[in-house]
Design a binder for this molecule. Structure first.
Ligand code: SF4
Length: 62
């Protein structure tokens, strides 16, 4: 099963995820969004790192 990625409403718009993984995340109107519905295999580790490092625990990778 491919991993999905989403940013929930807890995001505080700090920009960390976009800065560390611009292939997956972008800030739009002050909050992050995940640019893909399915995370490519080679970016799963980056997505999981971003989720672990998010100060608001707003990134859900599952
Ligand atoms: Fe939002 Fe977390 Fe990304 Fe910061 S790291 S912009 S809080 S999703």
């Amino acid at each position: 099963m491919p991993k999905s990625c989403r940013v929930n409403e807890a995001c505080i718009g700090c920009g960390l995820c976009e800065g560390t993984c611009p292939a997956l995340f972008e800030l739009v109107d002050g909050v992050a969004r995940c640019k893909v519905d399915e995370v490519p295999d080679d970016l799963v580790a980056d997505a999981e790192d971003a989720a672990a490092n998010c100060p608001a625990q707003a990134i859900e990778v599952e």
